[in-house]
Design a protein around this ligand. Sequence first.
Ligand code: NAD
Length: 415
Amino acid sequence: MEKDNVCINCYNQVDKVAKVLKLGQAELDILTIPKRILTFSFPVKLDSGDIRYFTGHRVQFNDARGPTKGGIRFHPEVNLEEIKTLAFLMTLKCAVVNLPYGGAKGGVMIEPKRFSEAELERISRGYIREINSFIGPDIDIPAPDVNTDAKIMAWMLDEYEKLKGGHAPGVITGKPIALGGSKAREFSTSMGGAYVLQEFADSFKIKLKKASIAVQGFGNVGMNIARILHEWGYKVIAVSDSKAGIYNPKGLNIKDVIAHKNKTGYLSKFKNAKEISNETLLELKADVLVPAALEDQITKKNANNIKAKFILEMANRPITPEADDILLEKNILVIPDILANSGGVVVSYFEWVQNSMNYYWSEKEVLEKLKTYMTDAVKELSKVCTDFKCDLRKSLYINAIKKILEAERLRGNLK
Ligand code: NAD
């Protein structure tokens, strides 16, 4: 078989569990070579009247368990290797939470801040024109990701429907509610993470009632999880954004912090709190540390200084592999990203189900269902951990890979 398309990052991840699962060459190929890779360039007319060509990618990694699912990002550093890795991680994530999906990811290499809203609309529509024959509610379902949002999903949906000549809301998720979006989608990633944390405390018999929490990042994910955990009675002692962090060992009133940030645009100068740097926040003596900002925040440089007992990885890949090994040795329990932040894709799945039924659920119904999916996934993980005597990250990989290979085997694609 042609091996040029092997995803190297995926190979390195799969290799860690290859021995435990006794994977042969055919299995390794299925798990490390994407099923379909699209790379294309497309023209867009700028406001100046000039025409510029943009590069886009869409990788559909594996569809054995169902249509592929994954976001579209607009970022200057978008490249094919990264999109392949993210599509692979989506395949695992969907398997971990038992969604009937495979994994995909897409992106356009642009700095969105440099374009007007009208230009962004034309770029979004141009991207969909290129991939429209390869996506669909039963084929591949995109969603928002870095620098793309509900407004962009609305333009993309509209372009797809114009090309196909009919309504097809299930082709894309993360849409505005008026176009078939789901209730609770906006804070679903954070709510999913909060359910995971709570279930961990129950399943692993950990007392978290009076736990202190430090949250890095105060955007969609960080702000919402800080708010939810504060509302549930946890003591959120520190939060930060790209500019500053604030800390009060007795706990911050997150409702007031949100109001302060909305009013001033900053976290700093919040009353009754000490200003701290992001580095200090990560090294605070908190029971739970929640990285919810960027990748590579805990590295071999600062891993030895981490004092938290648990880390809930709400950001994607906030801990480097070297740091992960150090934390494991220090007995710090890391709840990995492919489980912790999967609440967003679970509610995306609910959005797709509601679109196909043309029947919509209340926020209460959505959250009840989300809780069931997240807590079931933690229970399943705790069993895999016991059966295979592995750390959480390895156990999640083992669990997801077993499910993907089972689907491939049942289809006759593996012996
Ligand atoms: P966002 O852009 O809304 O927020 C990011 C936050 O991080 C902002 O508050 C920003 O100020 C802060 N930040 C940036 N650099 C920082 C730094 N050096 N130190 C501390 N804070 C910094 O993004 P988001 O949607 O909240 O996503 C956060 C993370 O969660 C990303 O890794 C994303 O991939 C992941 N994630 C998001 C979702 C989702 O549904 N939004 C789903 C799964 C995973």
